[in-house]
Design a protein around this ligand. Structure first.
Ligand SMILES: [Zn+2]
Ligand SMILES: [Zn+2]
Length: 142
């Protein structure tokens, strides 16, 4: 088993650890992610839910994503840091916002999704696979 991957929110009220390395990471330009990441793509890191240890109680916001999937997004109620998202159709996976990792360097994206929602100035990595819309969480992009 690999070393734990740890993270927290900005204020430290919520802390978490996964007992395994990320399965995948990718950048997402969907409109919802732009709200979460101050206008840029969000970088989302995918783990197995069973490996999660969570300290603190993030609040949850549920909505339907552009993909039509029911999503539950969790964030710190003190500092507002976006932490996790969980898709109703992938209950065994846990998505972590890369900025909340103690070492965001672990979250190198393997692809970019929802590029059609990016603004004209949006920088999409030229060398990575990209999808105009949604792609299955694993693998990062077809
Ligand atoms: Zn916090
Ligand atoms: Zn997104």
């Amino acid at each position: 088993m690999s070393a734990p991957v740890t993270g927290r929110c900005l204020c430290g009220a919520v802390r978490f650890a996964f007992d395994h390395a990320p399965l995948a990471a990718r950048a997402c330009w969907c409109r919802d992610c732009q709200y979460l990441s101050s206008g840029n793509a969000s970088v989302n890191v995918i783990f197995r839910r069973v490996g999660l240890t969570l300290h603190g109680e993030p609040l949850a916001f549920e909505s339907t994503a552009d993909s039509g999937t029911r999503m539950r997004r969790r964030f710190c109620d003190r500092c507002g840091t976006p932490l996790f998202s969980e898709a109703a159709d992938a209950p065994d996976l846990m998505v972590v916002r890369a900025g909340a990792l103690d070492d965001p360097g672990l979250a190198r994206p393997g692809g970019t999704i929802w590029t059609r929602s990016a603004p004209a100035w949006g920088l999409v990595h030229p060398d990575l696979p990209r999808c105009e819309g949604q792609a299955p969480p694993l693998p990062p992009c077809p």
